[in-house]
Design a protein around this ligand. Structure first.
Ligand code: SAM
Length: 226
């Protein structure tokens, strides 16, 4: 069973390359205890995205979809002392749990992580005008991990909120694509799809990577804003 092998390899890799971290462990556990769904990134994905943020020398990270703040803690630790994460969450209970988890992990809220409550499509225009008015710097790493129906809309905003050479990472881009009924049938509605949209956008250079792992088959879109 290939799934079992993906899981076995993931646990083997995690056991060697992911150090024990009380804050992250607590975030997983406390989120479950408080009734949040188990849809956070896996430890391996969390570390992978935090390494990418470090690689891009990010100082201002934007996350769309906080849940219990698990991925947020990974970013906050990658940025420690040199930056700030802004994370958007629509659900107030989830936002409260995230703040609790972040504080337990030793992250300063709102100095190191600011969790904004609201629908991303309402909060993103506010962030955009704050950047335009010089009240905040553009983001240099943007992690999109919220409702799949809006992936392409979040991507458009991400491009506008990004610094030059900023990185955009859209999680679950592959499952969102292949689970569409229209996928592979040449449906003209493909124009609303993230991958088609990114391909037509001259402001970015993008690719999609398929992945396997503890969360089975999926993949992400990675883009650099020119
Ligand atoms: N990034 C988190 C992690 O890995 O720990 C997981 C995020 S979870 C997959 C997606 C989150 O997006 C949910 O908590 C959900 O409530 C939130 N969400 C859904 N629709 C949203 C919207 N329109 N605006 C903001 N957040 C939204």
């Amino acid at each position: 069973d290939p799934t079992t092998q993906h899981e076995t390899v993931d646990s083997y890799v995690a056991s060697h390359l992911i150090r024990k971290n009380e804050g992250l462990d607590h975030a997983y556990q406390n989120s479950t205890n408080q009734g949040l769904p188990m849809i956070a990134v896996s430890p391996i994905q969390g570390k992978f995205t935090s390494l990418l943020a470090t690689l891009s020398s990010a100082r201002n990270v934007l996350e769309i979809g906080t849940l219990g703040g698990y991925s947020t803690i990974w970013f906050a630790e990658a940025l420690k002392g040199r930056g700030k994460v802004t994370s958007i969450e629509i659900d107030s209970h989830r936002r409260d749990v995230a703040i609790e988890n972040l504080r337990f992990a030793g992250v300063q809220v709102p100095d190191e992580v600011d969790v904004r409550l609201g629908a991303a499509l309402d909060v993103l225009p506010t962030l955009k005008s704050e950047i335009e008015q010089g009240q905040r710097e553009p983001f240099d790493f943007i992690f999109v991990d919220a409702d799949w129906d809006n992936q392409a809309n979040y991507f458009d905003y991400a491009v506008e909120l990004s610094a030059k050479r900023g990185v955009i990472y859209v999680d679950n881009a592959v499952r969102n694509l292949v689970e569409r009924e229209s996928f592979g049938k040449g449906d003209p509605k493909d124009a609303t799809d993230l991958v088609a949209r990114a391909g037509k956008d001259d402001r970015v250079d993008a690719i999609v990577m398929q992945t396997v792992g503890a969360k089975e088959y999926d993949g992400f879109l990675l883009a650099i804003v020119k």
